[in-house]
Design a protein around this ligand. Structure first.
Ligand code: C5J
Length: 225
């Protein structure tokens, strides 16, 4: 059992029943020229978390533990994209429009794929999701249940949108959830701070938060026991 210093209190998990979930680390959100920038955002802060996620990913891979990558993405004919989502925000470029990295948030396009540093291995779960939440219209629940996963450790972008939505969906489905506070990022620092605070409020109403270092300390503690 790994025990880590977390908010609002100690989080315990067994690696073989815990998935590392990496939400939407796609070029379209993290790099200039993508969907995130088309909405008027400065995407540069999002790249700063890449080393933290790489470190956690390296740890999970070394243990042979479960890794889930998600992509917010749509079919090329956009039949899985509700008109409300397509029109929302009046962006310069909408979902499906051609940008410098291909059609925005369309499956198979260069920009829609995960950044090189975090490229999934063939053995890892990749979930293409048409919504903000990772469970909506996907096979994630079945895939996690099949592997005996009970605990989820969340990273990725953006904290208050797809990370929080997915974590709330998971919490309602009975998973024990933790978000890694320095391995998730938002275009808006105050939204990130508020999201982390509301997740752990009321004795962990959605779950726990902890730093990458706290997770590594937990693994070190286990080795010395
Ligand atoms: C957004 C996401 N922010 N991955 N998507 O639209 O959080």
């Amino acid at each position: 059992m790994i025990s880590i210093e977390a908010k609002p209190y100690i989080f315990e998990f067994k690696p073989n029943s815990t998935a590392l979930v990496i939400i939407d680390m796609q070029r379209d959100f993290v790099l200039p020229g993508g969907f995130g920038q088309s909405l008027g955002n400065d995407v540069s802060p999002l790249r700063l978390i890449v080393p933290k996620i790489e470190a956690l990913l390296g740890m999970w891979r070394s243990l042979g533990a479960c890794v889930v990558h998600t992509r917010e993405s749509h079919l090329p004919d956009l039949s899985d994209c509700p008109p409300s989502k397509l029109k929302r925000g009046n962006p310069k470029l909408s979902i499906g429009d051609l940008g410098p990295m291909g059609r925005l948030l369309v499956r198979g396009e260069y920009g829609c794929d995960i950044i090189d540093e975090l490229r999934p291995l063939p053995s890892e779960i990749v979930i293409d999701k048409p919504g903000k939440g990772a469970f909506f219209q996907t096979s994630l629940m079945e895939q996690l249940t099949h592997r005996g996963i009970t605990h989820l450790i969340f990273t990725g972008v953006t904290t208050e949108v797809c990370v929080q939505t997915s974590m709330r969906e998971a919490n309602d489905r009975g998973f024990e959830c933790l978000v890694v506070d320095d391995a998730t990022e938002s275009y808006f620092p105050h939204f990130k701070a508020a999201t982390l605070a509301m997740i752990v409020a009321q004795a962990g109403i959605v779950g726990w938060s902890a730093s990458t270092q706290a997770i590594f300390n937990g693994f070190k503690g286990q080795q010395s026991e």
